[in-house]
Design a protein around this ligand. Structure first.
Ligand code: PSU
Ligand code: MN
Length: 303
């Protein structure tokens, strides 16, 4: 179900930016989770676009949430909802917060082309069979995901290779290298650099305009002023991975466990960086969505 304001904006051909909700329920601690979600929505509006937070609320897949609903997701009742979980949550009337994969799916169904989040999932370190459904969705769903790269707890080189195999471009927004979430990145090249939101919108328009049905990663590095110290982050990731193994954490619980562990061991520095990068992504996504809305309407790619 698409919120009235979102539906009207899309019908008018104006810009909408989707926002994911796992970051609210599982990615950030309270109260920063709800504060950040509301500030992201405000940043999108400040750029002239309309925000649409996606989640499953009481068994309904919703695009565009009220403040009360965002607060519910932040209070801990929502389950993490990726593609495989949607049918069960809808059938059982449950409440779930959508991952990148599930948010892309709902965005596409609603006709939204641009979506902002913190970081995407990918191939986990060590266990290269633990591959996020975010990659499946990126391969099959024509939506652009504006993010600060791949969560740095993952295996970055393998994830970048997997995206290449799946035919998903990584557009570096003002960067030549893959951002590494809490830091601006090292030596993994992106597919192409774009220095302006209008350039990115042109690439998206041509990508879908020629008939491709895949998604696009818009890799937008964390602002320099809030970048975390690379060594502190590297140490925290190594410690977090060891702690996850010792605690026998597996599957969908790995990411929330690592993010919480890294937040604790860096005494909040990673949290501050995480909040800042998410808001920056929302603002840049809105500029890209505005530029895309100014281009001729795309008829292809809706399925
Ligand atoms: N990155 C973050 N915080 C998060 C996530 C990613 O900084 O909460 C979430 C996103 O919703 C992403 C999901 O889609 O983790 C990937 O989880 P998994 O690896 O289990 O597919
Ligand atoms: Mn996984």
């Amino acid at each position: 179900m698409v919120a009235d304001e979102v539906a009207a904006t899309l019908a008018d051909g104006r810009a909408v930016v989707a926002l994911e909700s796992t970051i609210i329920s599982h990615g950030l601690p309270s109260p920063q989770n709800v504060e950040t979600a509301l500030e992201c929505a405000a940043h999108v509006r400040a750029s002239g676009a309309v925000p649409a937070t996606v989640a499953v609320i009481d068994g309904s897949l919703r695009v565009g949430l009220s403040v009360d609903e965002i607060e519910r997701l932040g209070s801990g009742e929502a389950e993490k909802a990726s593609l495989r979980d949607l049918g069960y949550l809808l059938a059982e009337g449950r409440t779930g917060s959508t991952t990148v994969a599930a948010t892309m799916f709902a965005s596409h169904r609603a006709g939204i082309r641009v979506f902002a989040t913190g970081g995407i999932g990918g191939v986990h370190r060590g266990d290269d069979h633990d591959i996020s459904a975010d990659l499946t969705a990126l391969a099959t769903t024509p939506v652009a995901v504006v993010c600060a790269g791949v969560k740095a707890v993952l295996d970055l080189p393998r994830t970048v290779e997997a995206l290449e195999t799946l035919g998903v471009p990584i557009v570096g927004q003002g960067t030549d290298v893959m951002p590494e979430f809490w830091t601006r990145g090292g030596d993994l090249p992106v597919s192409v650099r774009s220095d302006r939101p209008t350039t990115t919108a042109g690439i998206l328009h041509a990508h879908w305009g020629c008939g491709l049905l895949s998604g696009v990663v818009v890799a937008n590095p964390i602002p320099i002023a809030v970048e975390a110290d690379p060594q502190t982050i590297t140490d925290a990731i190594v410690g977090g991975l060891a702690a996850a193994e010792a605690a026998e954490v597996h599957g969908r619980d790995v990411t929330p466990f690592l993010l919480a562990h890294i937040g604790q061991t860096t005494r909040g520095a990673s949290l501050e960086a995480n909040v800042a990068l998410v808001k920056h992504n929302a603002a840049v996504a809105a500029e890209i969505a505005m530029a895309l809305a100014a281009l001729p309407t795309l008829g292809v790619g809706r399925n």
